[in-house]
Design a protein around this ligand. Sequence first.
Ligand code: LLP
Length: 404
Amino acid sequence: MTPSLANEQLIQIAEQFGTPVYVYHAEKIKQQYEKLKNGFAVLDTRIFYACKALTNINILRYIKGIGCNIDCSSINEVKMALHAGFEPNNILYTSNGIAFSEIEEAVAAGVHINIDSLSNLEKFGKKYGHSYPVGVRLRPNILAGGNIKISTGHDKSKFGIPVEQIAELEKIVQQHNIFIRALHIHTGSEIKDADVFVKGIEVLFDLIPHFPELEVIDLGGGFKVPYRPEEKETDIALLGQKLKDAFDAHPLADHKKLQVWFEPGKFLVSECGYLVTQVNVLKENGKVDIAGVNTGLNHLIRPMMYDAYHHISNLSNPGGKEKEYMITGYICETDTFATDRLLNEIKEGDYLVFHNAGAYGFEMSSNYNSRYKPAEVLVKDGTAHLIRKREEFDDLLKTQLKVL
Ligand code: LLP
């Protein structure tokens, strides 16, 4: 059974903590983690939660508690992970375009590191030689996922070291005797097709002879979650089996010698999240009425940034007559969440919920229009805990220096 939160509980939370509010359901995260653990049991795997999706410290601690490792995309996320109590050996730092000083900090913290440029690899080699095992992120030149804005492994992408530069890479590795422990790729987000991962692992398998000390193949994250009701998530068990078959079929790869790492973000925390909001104004607008809600691109930017679909429902009138609506935000920009959306009839003051909002929702929020960031609530074992206060006016001023 898929754990989900009932309308009544979401309304109760909205009344207790106000709106807009992000609500996360702990048991759903655990269910997703179990799918990964079971589906990949055919291989020696480690799962690192890509915490860029959602970094509330309580979510990090919960994820640690269920036995999952953590992947970070900035040195501050590494610090958050340490603060949440993760051991350095369970922390991975996969970044791009960063200053070498962040890599030095990561080495000092003792975490796993994937390096994404020849330039930083060379600096790393000069400073650490063979003393600190490291991974390299490669760009496999694979176009993956449904949306170019979140596709990262294609041949124009800024991410990783282009695989065609393998000779230069090898030269740097040999010159400084670097201990290459891991080869990493991450081709994008929302990838349903298991064959994309198979294609990726085969690119890395072909490189095995170049890296005699290799211990890990890291396939990144990017598993699909069903944003639309009719969509399906990536079939993890099928993917696990296909990867095992790819190992068995490849003359250079041995799954008993190579561990496989994954860095899922969305798959773990997207569906656990709900953004509950209230309708400020209704406007008549031809045949599709506009419902203006008390949130906007400042709290959930995915629809505007990626044309992403988020399912919306009217918590206050679940059985009501269905009508078409355009759902818009309160920011002074065109922040349209949905056009032509069939929803149970809406009145001003109704509670609407955006589903599947746990990943890259709060995390990508801002203070645009001097609006507060919303509160966050975690429901665990049926109880709702406030895990982040809604901001207040002082928060908007706290880093500003009054010089005039
Ligand atoms: N590993 C690396 C190196 C990544 O860059 C990412 C995501 C992940 C893992 C996790 O990917 P996931 O499993 O969450 O798809 N803001 C966009 C998604 C951007 C993903 C950036 N990198 C969105 O809201 O769709």
